[in-house]
Design a protein around this ligand. Structure first.
Ligand SMILES: C[S@@+](CC[C@H](N)C(=O)[O-])C[C@H]1O[C@@H](n2cnc3c(N)ncnc32)[C@H](O)[C@@H]1O
Ligand code: SF4
Ligand code: SF4
Length: 459
């Protein structure tokens, strides 16, 4: 965890203000608590908000008036930080109740265990059908252990998402799932549903799998078949969703939004709601098959904008309606431009949980040969190889930190939304410009205004 100079200075001032006899014990306690609150934001550095809200986390009630008095002397708005500390506790508890894998600081990895697939989607960005050699079961266990143990040493945990290609095609997927289940590691599976049968659903429930993603791109069977190049795409997804629900699994519906289904957002949302599934809408990324079929399936600038507005209307309404939970993460996870301005700390705490680019913060991917993708989706940029370098070295690399800290270039660099937005989807940016850190190519924001933070705003 990084500490910038001004925060370190404030930390030392707070320690000096505390009673001399307590300083030695407060110092490590406050440092740990500040890092823990930074992780609530999936951040790699401690901010002033983290430090001061953590101070109130660790201060017993009887000592609070003295701390308030000390901080007022150095001009700090103590009321705000007392409230912020309560808000953050409230949100972490809510997410905790839903599932451990969504606890602050849990880092989700897509595990590209195979290139093989039993569908042929118009938009597929994965290296399906390339049939590159697969790593053995033992090598994946080595990777899992390296990731899990490295994160634990940093006070974090991993969530392994079985991915591909179609992960259910691998015969040893149940063994990988059992291994993680026995170890108590967080895990999930992303599937098109064809091979997601009763036995697999039961196994996922028995090992207390955190969640399952099932792809369903249309409410219309013929459209789903066309998108996925498979006559039973719709039926297979519905069957899989019903099985997942039968076994009480936390289920997310993956819909990749493209020309064919861009007019179905409301209907898809209704269908997902009726099935008890959380929607995870994602705009099509121009990569591999999607690149080849772009003329037919791609979205233009205005269509991206319309899609983003739909996505955010849902999440912001949910937060403003008092329904903030880990669900936000899936409503928002597309790392798209984000221009809402929170009107208070409660909204900010809910939003910073999931909005903006999460690459190298709470999501990354491991390709079929161990290559490390900064995002969960494939990119040209590789940050090393997990088998050769190990996670610790990759997380300490300059590029990892640049992505984590959202050092985005161009118009994003000076944008007043960068902190929450993170510069939109980095994979989109790389596809269009060749540079993973370039400004977002699909953003309509103009830096021609200021925001009054007490008013709702959308651009
Ligand atoms: C790569 S697939 C792997 C798991 C499984 N085969 C499936 O289809 O669910 C995971 C998700 O990524 C989505 N996806 C694939 N290519 C994409 C692209 N170019 N843009 C956005 N999402 C994409 C798929 O539609 C699917 O929902
Ligand atoms: S999106 Fe999934 S089901 Fe479709 S081709 Fe790609 S890996 Fe296969
Ligand atoms: S200019 Fe960049 S940082 Fe600003 S809202 Fe757009 S994508 Fe986000």
């Amino acid at each position: 965890m990084d500490w910038k100079n001004d925060i370190e200075k404030l930390f030392n001032t707070i320690i000096e203000l505390s009673p001399e006899g307590f300083r030695d014990s407060i110092k490590p306690m406050l440092r740990d608590a500040a890092e823990k609150t930074a992780r609530l934001r999936n951040s790699g550095f401690v901010s002033k908000d983290d430090l001061l809200s953590a101070l109130f986390d660790i201060t017993p009630d009887a000592f609070q008036p003295a701390v308030v008095n000390d901080l007022n002397q150095i001009g700090i708005d103590t009321d705000r930080y007392i409230k912020l500390s309560d808000i953050r506790k409230k949100y972490s508890r809510t997410w905790d109740e839903i599932s451990g894998a969504f606890k602050p600081g849990v880092y989700h990895f897509t595990m590209y265990i195979t290139d093989r697939c039993n569908q042929n989607c118009l938009h597929c960005a994965a290296s399906v059908m390339e049939n590159r050699p697969e790593l053995s079961f033992d090598t994946w266990i080595q990777i899992i252990e390296n990731i899990e143990q490295t994160l634990r040493a940093r006070g974090r945990r991993a969530c392994f998402i079985w991915f591909g290609g179609e992960p259910t095609i691998r015969k040893d997927l149940p063994e990988l799932i059992k291994y993680c289940g026995e170890k108590g590691y967080y895990q999930a599976v992303a599937t098109n549903g064809i091979l997601f049968d009763e036995e697999l659903a039961k196994l996922c429930a028995e090992v207390k799998m955190s969640h399952v993603f099932i792809s369903l791109d249309s409410t219309k069977p013929e459209r789903a078949a066309k998108i996925r190049g498979h006559p039973k795409a719709y039926e297979s997804a519905i069957k899989a969703i019903k099985l997942a629900k039968k076994y009480g699994l936390f289920t997310l519906g993956n819909a990749t939004i493209q020309q064919e289904n861009k007019d179905e957002l409301e209907e898809l949302q209704k269908l997902y709601d009726s099935l008890g599934v959380i929607p995870y809408f994602r705009a099509v990324i121009k990569k591999r098959s999607a690149d080849k079929n772009w003329e037919k399936i791609g979205l233009d600038f205005d269509e991206f904008k319309e899609f983003y507005k739909f996505k955010y209307r849902n999440v912001v309404d949910a937060i403003r309606g008092g329904n903030a939970t880990s669900i936000n993460k899936f409503y928002t996870w597309d790392m798209v431009p984000f221009m809402e301005t929170p009107i208070n700390d409660e909204e900010r705490a809910a939003l910073e949980w999931g909005v903006g680019c999460q690459a190298c913060r709470s999501i990354s991917g491991i390709d079929i040969n161990g290559d490390f993708y900064p995002c969960d989706y494939p990119s040209e940029l590789i940050l090393g190889n997990i088998l050769e370098d190990g996670l610790e070295k990759i997380m300490e690399s300059e590029m990892f930190k640049k992505i984590r800290d959202r050092n985005v270039k161009g118009k994003c660099a000076n944008c007043h939304h960068l902190e929450l937005c993170g510069g939109g989807c980095r994979i989109h940016a790389e596809n269009e410009t060749g540079d993973f850190l370039s400004e977002s190519p699909y953003c309509w924001h103009q830096m021609d205004h200021q925001h009054n933070t007490t008013e709702k705003s959308e651009d």
